[in-house]
Ligand binder design. Structure first.
Ligand code: ADQ
Length: 466
């Protein structure tokens, strides 16, 4: 069996703790690395005064990680710059927030080159290489320039923007062109795949073959939709574990019979938190009889705090939650519990299970794993209701959720009332359909589907050269 080389911006070494402290993606990638052997390469998260290319190898729980430190300037221009101030907003349709700075683009190129120079010599002849996410789009090109002839796949975890928006990015053509140095590129949904194909056919004159190969002149890449899932079996087990059970009891005790609505998100403008609060405010106004009988628990740990738009959203959510609580609270009831910290996955599983409604309303999301975790954590005999944005990638699979337009306070308001009054039989029917999907298309299925597509690809250049 070939070795697998996984490359992503950050590396999360396995903890082996089994206590639910590790994210689903890290669990899945670690499992893939145990199956194939190989290594996981990326940034350590540490800053060094001058880039040396020194690789720190570690072996934890059967998985080898190889990490490098980056310079402060790399962090500013590549990570906080091009990745999170340019590509992230643009790919989430927020051209208004995208910043186009030449030095960001320069830093992005530099770090991708540094990644290629350091990981390149670690790649052996038969290895499969799998690159992850928007931080590393040109990495395949940089590896090819250095003579790498291996099968290389790329997976985009976030949406692919519509062509007219992408055209606003300086050097968009060069960026997209670099994707043709991969063999297989994966998107979360057919929507994002179609947006990519639209750009390729309209802007590059590409033709799309029946097997999904996209061809421009002599160059060819296979483009597939391959939705990521969660480690569902493990999450169900977590939801039955001691920590989750204790959390569930603690939540129910503190709820004192009130129905809990839960939201769990990184604090990010793409997650639609302001719109969610406004929708909930509309619900409180439209249904005064619900006052004192329901509350919203919003868990939102801050992320990317060095980027201004993230500081701004934090400020506006603080004041919005304060305003709503000020207007509606009573001496013995607070309508929004707003918590800015992270919790272990086991605690989250318990909190999801205690919630009558899961409110997942991103304005745009590549997939959204919280929606799947909420489903997996439910009690089959008394499941809660998932309200899901139709603009999350997950909506393509989770069609039995109550789907809403997250921009509409009225739709959120109506969906909340529908969820809170939904009869048990309907809740069970919807949950069963959702759960079947979450279990079937889990994270193991995702990585098997992707790596199978990659191994099935035959590189014409490799064949020609043989
Ligand atoms: P994210 O934008 O980070 O991921 P998401 O898919 O929701 O979004 O995953 C978040 C993960 O972080 C979940 O596993 C969740 O449990 C965890 N999390 C969130 N809040 C937490 C908290 N307070 N404490 C602890 N854990 C918390 C990107 C894309 C998504 C895509 C994923 C995977 O933006 O669209 O689904 O990658 O491809």
């Amino acid at each position: 069996m070939n070795r697998l080389i996984i490359i992503s911006n950050r590396v999360q070494p396995p903890t082996g703790a089994g206590d639910g402290s590790q994210g689903g993606l890290a669990v899945a990638l670690s499992a893939a690395l145990r199956e194939y052997s190989g290594l996981w390469f990326g940034w350590s998260g540490e800053i060094t005064e001058e880039f040396t290319g020194h690789i720190n190898f570690q072996r934890n729980d059967g998985v080898t990680t190889a990490t490098i430190d980056l310079e402060e300037q790399d962090l500013d221009e590549y990570y906080n710059g091009y990745a999170n101030r340019t590509l992230w907003p643009l790919f989430h349709y927020r051209v208004d927030l995208a910043e186009y700075e030449r030095q960001f683009a320069g830093g992005y190129e530099r770090v991708n080159t540094r990644f290629a120079e350091t990981v390149g010599p670690l790649i052996e002849e038969e290895d499969l290489v799998w690159v992850h996410d928007y931080h590393l789009i040109p990495l395949g090109r940089e590896l090819r320039k250095r003579g790498c002839r291996n099968l290389i796949g790329f997976f985009l975890h976030i949406p692919w923007p519509p062509t007219p928006l992408l055209l606003s990015l300086p050097s968009h053509r060069e960026l997209v062109d670099s994707l043709f140095d991969y063999d297989v590129i994966g998107f979360q949904t057919t929507d994002w795949l179609e947006s990519f194909l639209h750009y390729a056919t309209h802007e590059m004159g590409a033709t799309v073959e029946e097997n999904g190969d996209v061809v421009v002149g002599e160059r060819r890449v296979r483009a597939i939709a391959c939705p990521i899932g969660i480690d569902a079996e493990n999450f169900v087990a977590l939801a039955h574990g001691d920590i989750a059970r204790e959390t569930c009891v603690r939540m129910r005790t503190s709820a004192t019979g009130r129905a809990m609505i839960i939201g769990v998100d990184r604090l990010d403008y793409s997650k639609g938190l302001e719109e969610r609060f406004l929708g909930y405010e509309r619900f409180l106004s439209a249904h005064p009889e619900r006052a004192g009988h329901v509350f919203l628990l919003q868990i939102a740990p801050p992320s990317r705090g060095e980027v201004q738009s993230y500081q701004e959203i934090r400020g506006s959510l603080d004041s919005l939650s304060g305003r709503i609580n000020g207007a509606f609270a009573d001496i013995d009831w607070v309508p929004i519990r707003y918590v800015n910290r992270g919790y272990s996955r086991a605690v989250l599983a318990g909190a999801y299970r205690a919630a009558r409604v899961g409110l997942v309303t991103p304005l745009r999301d590549g997939m959204n794993l919280v929606a799947k975790e909420y489903v997996a954590a439910q009690d089959p005999e008394d499941p809660g209701v998932l309200i899901l944005s139709s603009f999350a990638g997950a909506a393509e699979q989770l069609t039995e959720a109550v789907l809403v337009n997250p921009h509409s306070a009225e739709e959120i308001c109506d969906a909340l009332e529908q969820a809170l009054t939904m009869p048990l039989a309907e809740r069970k029917r919807r949950w069963r359909a959702l759960m079947d999907n979450v279990m079937r298309e889990d994270v193991m299925w995702w990585r098997r589907t992707f790596t199978a597509a990659l191994t099935a690809f035959s590189r014409p250049s490799v064949a020609d050269a043989a």
